[in-house]
Design a protein around this ligand. Structure first.
Ligand SMILES: [Zn+2]
Length: 81
């Protein structure tokens, strides 16, 4: 489990967003269509999905997106540079 603080720390160190991956395509046809939801740092190794694609699949507004969290960190960091 990645807490908000842990995700923030990973992002500051690696610049890679940690996000909850609910739409990982299974490599072979058949059911279930998606792998079990899992946490991913950066891009998914299996399907190469990134956080923006996951937000798209979630069909959420920007305010509900996982991307927003990292945009806000990015803004915070710029204040200190
Ligand atoms: Zn995936």
């Amino acid at each position: 489990m990645y807490t908000v603080e842990k995700r923030k720390m990973i992002y500051i160190i690696s610049r890679k967003p940690t996000w909850f991956h609910t739409h990982c395509l299974t490599p072979t046809p058949g059911t279930p269509l998606w792998h079990d939801p899992t946490w991913v740092i950066g891009d998914c190794e299996l399907c190469r999905m990134d956080i923006d694609n996951q937000d798209w699949w979630n069909n959420c507004s920007y305010n509900q997106s996982q991307r927003k969290f990292y945009d806000l960190i990015e803004k915070d960091l710029k204040v200190w540079i």
